[in-house]
Design a binder for this molecule. Structure first.
Ligand code: ZN
Length: 236
């Protein structure tokens, strides 16, 4: 990322987890907040889609709200529109975390970057945390360790057979390697002993083609806790 005098950006090597992530992954950053309303923490799904444009699902993005402080994890297509729809004031934005640098997770970043500067009069540098480079993954022991005992685990879920429909065999094989099935997402949630599993980054997102119960039924094979298949603007 280029840094300029008027639009400074700070990129650290702090690694928030890839594709899959847990609220507790933000714990150390959030723990520094000092607002009196810090105990009021919730999550808003800003976008539950993936690269293929979908009328009902914005690109991957999740907001973590702590009192009046706003943190955004990933900045997919439509992130600013969804923040507005969720009544999340951009002025309260504290930091953006990128799980990885795939296009669907950063395509809304230019909009967020410039709009918060021009419209919301952001005067301070945008705090942007993410990994150096891109490294794809499936089930992650690191994720399980960091999310252990969390109230909510927000986790991607892909029906791998859907890649066979839209992609070439070679591309489909690659996509299957670094995305998690609902069963794998459930297994992570079970091993981490979280209270609630929220599935996002749904592939495919087309509900008519793949009803939500397909995700639910498959995740329930491996997780005994509560499961919610995410939709944009759901709040927890
Ligand atoms: Zn993605």
């Amino acid at each position: 990322m280029r840094r300029t005098a008027t639009q400074p950006t700070r990129v650290s090597r702090r690694a928030v987890l890839l594709v899959v992530f847990a609220i507790c992954a933000l714990g150390s950053r959030i723990a520094t907040a000092s607002d009196k309303n810090d105990s009021e923490m919730h999550v808003v799904l800003l976008g539950t889609g993936y690269p293929r444009p979908d009328a009902d699902r914005a690109g991957p993005s999740t907001a973590v709200v702590l009192g009046e402080k706003l943190f955004v994890v990933d900045t997919g297509r439509g992130v600013m529109m969804r923040m507005t729809a969720a009544h999340l004031p951009a002025e309260n934005l504290q930091a953006v975390f990128l799980t990885h640098l795939h296009s669907d997770h950063i395509s809304g970043l230019p909009d967020l970057f410039t709009t918060t500067w021009i419209i919301n009069r952001r005067a301070a540098p945008l705090e942007l945390y993410g990994p150096r480079g891109t490294k794809d993954t499936g089930p992650s022991a690191n994720l399980v360790a960091h999310s252990h005992g969390a109230d909510i685990l927000v986790h991607e879920a892909c029906l791998p057979e859907s890649f066979d429909v839209h992609d070439s065999p070679a591309v489909a094989a690659r996509l299957k390697r670094y995305h998690s099935t609902p069963e794998q997402s459930g297994a992570d949630a079970q091993e981490a002993s979280v209270k609630l599993l929220v599935l996002t980054h749904l592939v495919p997102g087309n509900v008519a083609e793949n009803p939500h119960n397909a995700f639910l039924q498959r995740a329930r094979k491996t997780f005994r806790g509560k499961i919610i298949v995410g939709r944009d603007l759901m709040k927890f």
